[in-house]
Design a protein. Structure first.
Length: 459
């Protein structure tokens, strides 16, 4: 007896096959969330791993359990053991709660599975991507022919930026960045076979233009400066116009890693913080941070589409010259990947659903929540606030506490499943980090967070 062939997600019967399965998925998401009952599972890594092993048993059983059982088991286990960024006390990393509309749009992408390595695998998806990237690029650069590529995130965007710079300036290019830069910058230089990067100290948390000026003066050969708009640790924005001036004086190009802060450009209220952004030869931006997209949703933008020419690539089965001449769009130069998921669909759906005002409201609201948390901590005798937030990152310490106690407190909160907070070093000390990305977080939630911390601190 042979098992029935399982239904497909696409095609004539796809939607009808999916509907009951989705019902199962949604129920399991709900039961998993209820079983967890907090921002992450209690008990730490061993407990979670043991629960997963117990629930799953054999990953590949001799005989299948069927779609509904498999979905119920896996999705419930996943949700029960999730660090759920939609929980207001899950606020450690640049790990955003995705909007329901974006996740729903992504389901359609999974069902149809367009692949952006050739037009004949993604006719509408490739057109949606082109339309979206042109729009986003124009939001960031006021130039005649800006362009942008979708990436898996800031890491890939930074790699592409350094690759394009290497192709312009050769393999002796020295990348110059602050100690506040994302680790993916020096790692990209390593990957690309560039000389070791020059790391400049950033004792104030941002890259000082005088420090940069002095470094460029004493560094021979071609250089690329990378600045950060939204540091991962503290959410600080480098002084972009002054850094761009220094780069101009030295004839050096500037890349700006705005993975975190770049979406402030969509808020009329916060956009002024990004003054100077368009002076970069390339820009990194992540919509899976302050853009509420499910992973992955990264972007590399450039002021002129010709800057992307080094990525042109030929593979006869995907973009034969006669196919391209006959009008089939050539997509291979839009990424280093081959098979590629159309992340543009969820992003474009979200932008359409929210509109400019809706997106600005989400950004402004989330920034206001972070400011409010900082105010609460600042006014509280039991805490020391590092600084008022520029974007949505709040660094603070319980007082009195040394670095070891603080690291232990963070792990205790994780172990107990109470709160997910991050850690960052600033001014030579360790701080707790709350990265607020949840637009639904209320002042009551912030009070709860502080109450948890007080309980732990004074235990
Ligand atoms: C998050 C982040 C990155 C890396 O982005 P991924 O999407 O995680 O690859 C790079 N730079 C900065 C400043 C970031 O905050």
């Amino acid at each position: 007896m042979t098992a029935p062939t399982p239904p497909l997600a696409g095609g004539q019967g796809g939607a009808d096959a999916l509907r009951p399965l989705l019902d199962t998925v949604l129920t399991a998401l709900r039961t998993g969330d209820a079983a967890r009952g907090g921002p992450l599972p209690a008990g730490g890594p061993h407990t979670t791993a043991a629960r997963v092993r117990a629930a799953l048993g054999e990953v590949l059983p001799a005989h299948g359990t069927g779609d509904h059982e498999a979905l119920t088991t896996l999705v419930h286990t996943l949700a029960a053991g999730a660090a759920d960024p939609a929980h207001p006390l899950c606020a450690a990393h640049l790990h955003c709660p995705p909007l329901a509309v974006a996740a729903a749009a992504d389901l359609a992408v999974s069902a149809l599975n367009p692949s952006l390595d050739s037009w004949d695998q993604a006719p509408a998806a490739s057109a949606i991507e082109e339309h979206l990237t042109a729009t986003l690029a124009a939001e960031l650069y006021p130039t005649p022919h800006p362009d942008a590529l979708l990436t898996t995130g800031g890491t890939e965007a930074n790699q592409l930026a350094l690759l394009l710079a290497r192709e312009r300036h050769g393999p002796r290019l020295t990348v110059v960045h602050g100690a506040n830069a994302h680790h993916s910058i020096p790692r990209a230089a390593w990957l690309l076979g560039l000389p070791p990067t020059l790391t400049l100290p950033t004792p104030t948390g941002t890259l000082d233009p005088h420090t940069l000026d002095a470094a460029l003066t004493r560094t021979p050969g071609p250089t690329l400066v990378t600045a950060t708009a939204g540091t991962t640790d503290a959410g600080l924005i480098d002084p972009l116009p002054a850094l761009a001036d220094v780069c101009d004086r030295h004839g050096t190009e500037l890349h700006i890693d705005a993975a975190y802060g770049g979406t402030l450009a969509f808020s009329p209220r916060h956009r002024p913080l990004l003054a100077g952004l368009d002076r970069a030869r390339s820009l990194t931006l992540d919509l899976h941070k302050l853009g509420w997209q499910p992973v992955a949703a990264g972007l590399l933008a450039v002021p002129d589409t010709r800057l992307l020419a080094p990525l042109a690539h030929r593979a006869d089965y995907l973009n034969a010259p006669d196919d391209t001449e006959a009008g089939l769009p050539d997509l291979l130069g839009r990424s280093l990947r081959t098979t590629r998921r159309p992340d543009a669909v969820k992003i474009a759906t979200t932008l359409r659903s929210l509109g400019r005002d809706g997106l600005a409201h989400l950004i402004d609201r989330t920034c206001a929540t972070a400011r409010h948390l900082a105010d609460l901590l600042d006014a509280h005798p039991g805490f020391e606030l590092h600084a008022h937030p520029t974007i949505t990152t709040v660094l603070f310490r319980p007082t009195p506490a040394d670095d070891d106690q603080l690291a232990t407190l963070r792990r205790t909160l994780l172990h107990d499943g109470t709160a997910v907070l991050g850690r960052a070093t600033a001014d030579g000390r360790l701080w707790l980090k709350a990265t607020l990305l949840n637009p639904h977080t209320t002042t009551g939630d912030l009070d709860t967070l502080i109450a948890h911390l007080e309980g732990r601190t004074h235990r």
